[in-house]
Ligand binder design. Structure first.
Ligand code: DX5
Ligand code: ZN
Length: 202
C-alpha cells in the first residue's frame, strides 16, 4: 500500500494559514486538529477556520476531533468542508460514537475513529467495518512537537491485522512525533497515512 502524508496545520503559523495550506499542495490530506480544552488540555481551531481553509485547498481535509461528545458537532464539521472526520473512542459512549459515524456517513463524508496511547487495540473492534480510517495516536493528544512513542507500534500492527481480516479498504493513520526516522517504524508496523506537524512546518 502506498504511503500518504497528512501535514498537521496545528504547527503552521495561524496568522498565515492560507499560505500554510498552499505550501502543502503536494500532500495527500490536510490534517486539521480540533481541541476543546476539555478532552485535551489545549484549545485550537474550529468550524469557522475550517470553512476558510476549505476555500484555499482542493486536498481532502482530515478533521481530527479532540473534543468531548463529538457527535454533537459532526454535521457542522461535514458542512464546513471536512472530507474525513475522526472521533476518539474515548470521547463518548459506544452508542453515541456509532451515531457520530452514522451521521458522518449520511453527510457523504468518511468516518474514522481514533485511540489514545493508553487505549488498547481492541477498542476499535466495534467500529472496524463502519469506518474508512483508524487513527492511532503516537503521543498523548493535545500538543504538537512531542516525542514519538515507539511502544505504540505493536498496537499499530495489531490494528493492521484487524483491518486486513475485516475491512481491507480501511486506512491506518498515525499521529504524533512522526518524522523522517519514526515514519519508517510506522510504515513497517502497517500504517499507510502519516500525520506530521512540527516535522513538516518547523
Ligand atoms: C496532537 C495532534 C497532532 C499534532 C502532531 O494532539 O493530534 O496532529 O499536530 O504534531 P507533531 O507531528 O509535531 O507531533
Ligand atoms: Zn491530530
Amino acid at each position: 500500500m502506498s504511503v500518504k502524508i497528512a501535514p498537521s496545520i496545528l504547527s503552521a503559523d495561524f496568522a498565515e494559514l492560507g499560505a500554510g495550506v498552499e505550501a502543502i499542495a503536494t500532500a495527500d490530506y490536510v490534517h486539521f486538529d480540533v481541541m476543546d480544552g476539555c478532552f485535551v488540555p489545549n484549545i485550537s481551531i474550529g468550524i469557522p477556520v475550517l470553512q476558510s481553509i476549505r476555500k484555499r485547498t482542493a486536498l481532502p481535509i482530515d478533521v481530527h476531533l479532540m473534543i468531548v461528545q463529538p457527535e454533537r458537532y459532526v454535521d457542522q464539521f461535514c458542512d464546513a468542508g471536512a472530507d474525513l472526520v475522526t472521533c476518539h473512542v474515548e470521547a463518548d459512549t459506544p452508542e453515541n460514537t456509532l451515531e457520530a459515524i452514522r451521521r458522518i456517513r449520511a453527510c457523504g463524508k468518511k468516518p474514522a475513529v481514533c485511540v489514545k496511547p493508553k487505549t488498547p487495540a481492541e477498542a476499535v473492534l466495534p467500529y472496524l467495518e463502519l469506518v474508512d480510517l483508524i487513527l492511532v495516536m503516537t503521543v498523548e493528544p493535545g500538543f504538537g512537537g512531542q516525542s514519538f512513542m515507539a511502544d505504540m507500534m505493536p498496537k499499530v500492527s495489531q490494528i493492521c491485522r484487524y483491518i486486513d481480516a475485516r475491512n481491507p479498504a480501511c486506512e491506518l493513520e498515525v499521529d504524533g512525533g512522526v518524522n523522517a526516522q519514526t515514519a519508517r517504524l510506522c510504515t513497517a508496523a502497517g500504517a499507510n497515512v502519516l500525520v506530521a506537524g512540527s516535522a513538516f512546518f518547523k
